[in-house]
Design a protein around this ligand. Structure first.
Ligand code: ATP
Length: 354
């Protein structure tokens, strides 16, 4: 196991800037998730760490030692790709041991390491089977196992669950988390799925267009997004954002949007009046009258996801999504009183959290 540090990693492909100076430190044993929309540079970064693509600038450091000059096999990192191809003519055991055989590791050591990895992943019973005799989830575990037997210093996983259906994905996600608790290896995991990132990562790195927007534990990324991109990228349904002005009235700051006003409490001292964006999560808006806001929403649509409902309402010229109990009796077209929880709003100026 090793710590990983990336220093100002930059990479372009012709005119496309894939990475524009990425700095990151991952502690030994940490589960770090790189999260961002398609094309933001996640896979490129993983390939650079593995040594499969050279960076234009910057440095990859493992345990304090730059590894930029080392070829992939000497970096001692293991990678699991999105399209994990198992060798169809080999058994699970042979697939697991393949990388070790290529490294001319003694047979008995290979056998032991294969068994240990199989035990960790709960696939001991499958060792004599061929890949075609396995389910998707089992194949995925074998692919993970192939990386695990290597006992690499860092594991790099590039969307390893994307070929699985939603239910299996959720199960394997839990297994992966459990597995990480047991082996405590350093993992860099790439995904564009925020649920996966939030449930797996000790740390989440939110990226867009080759840049890092925020690094932090999942709860911090959710509760204190650094900018409007992170605020709206994380959370489903996404955060409501409204343009307006911060104004001081009776010694209290108010947000004045188009068609509604919210009194704000618990803000940082010294905030200046002026243009801002107000962010509210759907769960931080209550149905009913409150002391601090007096909003009337006209319900345009209700989405029912079974466990709860989402009310999509119009307030003034703005649209809001509100999380509601599954048994609410409102219908489309109704008017509903709404209260924004004043201590749970997010304020942004020029896109950045204030
Ligand atoms: P996805 O989630 O879709 O896999 P990603 O975040 O992993 O996306 P990358 O694959 O790292 O994104 O790509 C980052 C940018 O670099 C994209 O604009 C992509 O088109 C470009 N790119 C990546 N590899 C190459 C290449 N070999 N040649 C040219 N452009 C490339």
């Amino acid at each position: 196991m090793a710590s990983l540090t990336l220093r100002a990693i930059a990479k372009s492909f012709g005119k496309v800037t894939a990475l524009a100076g990425v700095d990151l430190h991952v502690e030994e044993g940490e589960f770090c998730v790189l999260l961002g929309p398609s094309g933001c540079g996640k896979s490129t970064l993983l390939n650079i760490i593995a040594g499969l693509i050279p960076q234009d600038q910057g440095s990859v450091v493992l345990d304090g030692e730059p590894v930029d000059r080392l070829p992939p096999r000497d970096r001692d990192v293991a990678m699991v790709f999105q399209s994990y191809a198992l060798y169809p003519h080999m058994t699970v055991a042979q697939n697991l041991g393949f990388g070790l055989r290529m490294r001319r590791i003694p047979k008995q050591t290979i056998k032991n390491q294969v068994l240990e990895a199989a035990r960790l992943l709960g696939i001991e019973d499958l060792l004599d089977r061929k890949p075609r005799e396995l389910s998707g989830g089992q194949r995925q575990r074998v692919a993970m196992g192939r990386a695990l037997v290597r006992r690499a210093r860092v594991f790099l996983l590039d969307e390893p669950l994307s070929n699985l259906d939603a239910r299996l994905r959720a199960n394997v996600r839990l297994e992966l988390r459990r597995l990480h608790r047991q082996i405590r290896s350093t993992i860099i995991y790439v995904t564009h799925d925020q649920v996966e990132a939030m449930t797996l990562g000790d740390t989440v790195v939110v990226m867009r267009e080759g840049r890092v927007h925020q690094i932090g534990p999942p709860e911090k990324i959710y509760s204190r997004p650094a900018d409007t991109f992170v605020a709206t990228f994380i959370g489903s349904p996404e955060m409501n954002l409204h343009r307006g002005r911060l104004v001081r009235k009776d010694d209290c700051l108010h947000f004045q949007g188009s068609g509604f006003t919210v009194a704000l409490i618990g803000l940082k001292p010294g905030l200046q009046e002026g243009e801002v964006e107000l962010g509210t999560r759907p769960e931080d808006i209550g149905i009913g009258r409150g002391d601090t806001t007096d909003l009337e929403g006209k319900i345009e649509m209700i989405s029912d996801v079974g466990s709860e409902k989402y009310i999509h309402a119009r307030v003034g010229q703005e649209r809001l999504t509100v999380r509601a109990h599954k048994e609410i009796a409102y219908c489309t077209g109704d008017t509903v009183p709404l209260t924004i929880h004043p201590g749970r709003v997010h304020l942004f100026r020029e896109g950045l959290r204030i």
